[in-house]
Design a protein around this ligand. Structure first.
Ligand SMILES: *Cc1c(COP(=O)(O)O)cnc(C)c1O
Length: 381
């Protein structure tokens, strides 16, 4: 059996043709493919605006800047995420505060977030960055209610969840990144994520003001619109200190063909999830899925007591399971800032047991059966 990774991209001839076509076109960057990708992506998630960026980390950076995060201002996120969800706060010299996860969904706990907010004076926090961890959508309607009570913004880190949705209190589907409850959402197009661009990201929002700020900051803060002066056709103004966080047309062309396959990919991911659940039910713990929600399943995580032994056992069988994630507050950079006293027991307990089994659309049934067999062999031993 060849090596089985925990995740991998799915590139077919359509993707290759789209990239080759762009390579021989007039634009390698800042051309029509970027715009097309943005429009298609916004339509896919049901948001008004989308801004393509060179990766999700840049997208998160621009998101906090567009929401005007300033030095020393405090933002809450989850410890069970990739470091970038918290790092964006530090880029703006803000303060990261962690609230614990819910031990059943593994998502940022609404209850813990509320307790943390209410333990501080009004105005103490500026925003919340919940993460659709593993692809399970956060109930943003509930977070919005809390955020409104305390005048906070919300950035949805949707790196794991393109195509996922939750069900709101009226029974409506709310697609991840649709901008209905979060101010801004950010997606990643790293190859282990659903849509592979090599590197890439997308920011979505329903706010025209935020859309304009994000677009300006993506390209150095340079614009030809709303200028104070105008010396002629060549003239532009740098109105803010921005960045070069642009996505290329080559990557956007790939993003478009990848996006067109996303529903199929999410469907296959859910078949794989059901196979795991059927085979492992009652033997291991896994993420619970509220009724009606669609988990986009970037990951399939199980919890086991002797996690390191299982990790090593699977590796020896050429199955490259992975751990998601080392709690961010325990990474040396954050440890040094000092989160020893934070009450993050659910996150730490989860980390001691979690392991992500292979999950990607091209995982064959035969490969998955082999993985299941080995996991059962280990557990039943
Ligand atoms: C992958 C990931 C990011 C960062 O994505 P990049 O495109 O690699 O910058 C941010 N947040 C989460 C939750 C991620 O998994």
């Amino acid at each position: 059996m060849k090596a089985i990774p925990y995740g991998r991209q799915n590139i077919d001839q359509n993707d290759i043709d789209a990239v080759v076509e762009t390579l021989t076109s007039d634009f390698l960057t800042q051309g029509p493919k970027v715009k097309e990708f943005e429009e298609r992506f916004a339509a896919y998630v049901g948001a008004k605006y989308a801004v393509a960026v060179n990766n999700a980390t840049s997208g998160l950076h621009l998101a906090v800047l567009a929401l005007d995060l300033k030095k020393g201002e405090r933002v809450i996120t989850t410890p069970i995420t990739f470091a970038a969800s918290a790092n964006c706060i530090k880029y703006a010299e803000g303060e990261v505060w962690f609230a614990d996860i819910d031990s059943k969904s593994y998502l940022l706990s609404l209850k813990k977030t509320k307790e943390l907010i209410e333990s501080k004076p009004r105005g103490f926090f500026k925003g919340i960055i919940p993460v659709d961890f593993a692809g399970l959508p956060v109930n943003l309607e509930a977070f919005r209610e809390l955020a409104n009570e305390h005048d906070l913004w919300i950035i949805e880190d949707a790196a794991h969840s393109p195509g996922g949705y939750f069900i709101d209190s009226k029974g409506n589907k709310q697609m991840c990144g649709n901008g209905k409850y979060a101010d801004i959402a950010v997606f990643s197009f790293h190859p282990v994520k659903h849509i592979a661009c090599g590197e890439g990201g997308m920011i979505t929002t329903n706010s025209e003001i935020l859309y304009k700020k994000l677009s300006l900051l993506r390209t150095h803060g340079i614009t030809k619109e709303n200028m104070i002066e105008n010396h002629g056709g060549w003239f532009y103004e740098m109105q803010e200190l921005g960045y070069n966080y642009r996505l290329t047309d080559i990557q956007s062309a790939l993003g478009i063909t990848q996006l067109l396959k996303n529903n199929e990919g999410v469907k296959r991911r859910n078949e794989i999830a059901i196979n795991y659940k059927v085979a492992l039910k009652g033997k291991v713990k896994y993420q619970n899925l509220p009724d009606g929600y669609l988990n986009a399943h970037h990951l399939f995580v199980i919890e086991v007591e002797n996690r390191k032994e299982l990790y090593d056992f699977l590796r020896a069988k050429n199955i490259f399971a992975q751990i998601h994630y080392i709690p961010v507050h325990n990474l040396p950079y954050y440890k040094e800032i000092g989160y020893e006293d934070a009450d993050l027991n659910n996150s730490e307990n989860y980390y001691s047991k979690c392991i992500s089994l292979p999950m990607y659309p091209t995982l064959t049934n035969e490969e998955q059966q082999f993985v299941i067999e080995k996991v059962l062999e280990f557990i039943d031993d």
